[in-house]
Design a protein around this ligand. Structure first.
Ligand code: HPA
Ligand SMILES: [Zn+2]
Length: 344
């Protein structure tokens, strides 16, 4: 156990302990796990023109410092995803990374409108992803639940059309979410489509309080009736909301490296995740868009260890929170809890 002055590095005891720590990921955009090499490989495979000629140029383009600049690049890169095999390969590569980092259960997001709006069939997207998740369960032992996100910069009509397209595939979906540009697009814009999704038996989550105000967290909870808030770090601006989150144990899926890359916090030392944990809020650690933000699950935990002296007790609590907040069944939750307890 490191003391408060211990600096971790990739070969420190804490670092290898964090790599082997059983983990759960609840906030991951599959399109955000598209690594530069796969981006180039798929561009060649599908004959898609990219504005970059090599990995160095991609790295240079990834120097964004706010959500919208990131999203512009993220949507452009997603254009290389065309066939069912592409969506399979993307998802499978993410699952292999999970295996490497002992991530045992995942609840990834995908953005169908990013693909259907350029002519890719909904079935192509979901079948490729679903087949990889099925194989991930069988061959890697990684359990999963899939969440379909609506793009909040698009209108309600487009979200309804997307839900309609999802109807034949409801058995492959656990829930719906809301992502993309937060400012100017409050959760209540999607109250009716979320109500319809709930009627269909889907759970709901929404990005809120990342760049947007605490008010958006309230409306995600009250209007969209979410089971978890994605990001939610701006809850700290509203003491009443903090009390509510503690009393209800409403989970927040926090993404440390994403928040510093997009300047929600200037430096990791200023990140509030451990303050929220100390306040007994159900915070969890997640990677968001790992190929854009500098790391997967282990790197996010490591960043907290380096900047905020995260200790083993806190890390275990963060994973336990993820198990509690997950959408898997009780039996799987018990299995995951046992694996975590055996690790301690
Ligand atoms: O961090 C995010 N915020 C909003 N939308 C997103 N889509 C992918 N990543 C994000
Ligand atoms: Zn996100």
């Amino acid at each position: 156990m490191p003391n408060s002055t211990t600096q971790t590095n990739n070969s420190s005891p804490l670092s290898s302990w964090l790599t082997q720590l059983p983990k759960i990921e609840l906030h991951l955009h599959l399109e955000g796990s598209l690594e530069p090499q796969m981006l180039f490989d798929l561009a060649v495979r599908n004959n898609v023109d990219l504005p970059y000629v090599n990995v160095q140029e991609v790295t240079k383009a990834f120097q964004f410092t706010q959500l919208q600049d990131f999203l512009d690049i993220y949507y452009q890169a997603a254009q290389v995803l065309v066939t069912e095999q592409d969506f399979y390969d993307l998802t499978w590569a993410y699952l292999l990374k999970c295996k490497e980092q002992n991530v045992l259960h995942v609840e990834p997001f995908f953005d169908p409108q990013t693909h259907t709006d350029r002519g890719v069939a909904f079935s192509t997207v979901i079948n490729g992803i679903d087949q990889a998740l099925t194989d991930g369960k069988e061959k890697l032992g990684i359990s999963s639940e899939l969440i379909m996100c609506f793009l909040r910069h698009l209108d309600e009509k487009s979200a309804f059309e997307t839900l309609e397209q999802a109807m034949p595939f409801l058995a492959k979906l656990k829930g719906v979410g809301l992502d993309s540009s937060e400012l100017g697009h409050p959760p209540e814009k999607f109250s009716r489509v979320f109500a319809k999704a709930r009627e269909l038996g889907l759970l709901t989550v929404a990005h809120a309080g990342e760049e947007g105000p605490a008010e958006f967290i309230w409306t995600a909870i009250n209007d969209l009736k979410v089971s978890r808030v994605d990001h939610g770090v701006n809850a700290i601006q509203d003491p009443e909301l903090i009390t509510y989150l503690r009393q209800t144990q409403m989970p927040l899926t926090v993404c440390p490296l994403s928040n510093t890359k997009l300047k929600v916090f200037e430096h990791m030392q200023q990140h509030n995740i451990l303050d929220l944990l100390a306040l007994d809020i159900c915070v969890t650690v997640n990677s968001d868009d790992p190929s854009y933000f500098g790391g997967y699950m282990t790197e996010n935990f490591e960043a907290l260890a380096q900047a905020l002296d995260l200790n083993q007790t806190q890390a275990i609590k963060l994973v336990q929170n993820s198990i509690t907040a997950s959408f898997c069944d009780e039996q799987r939750k018990q299995e995951l809890t046992k694996i975590l307890n055996d690790y301690q």
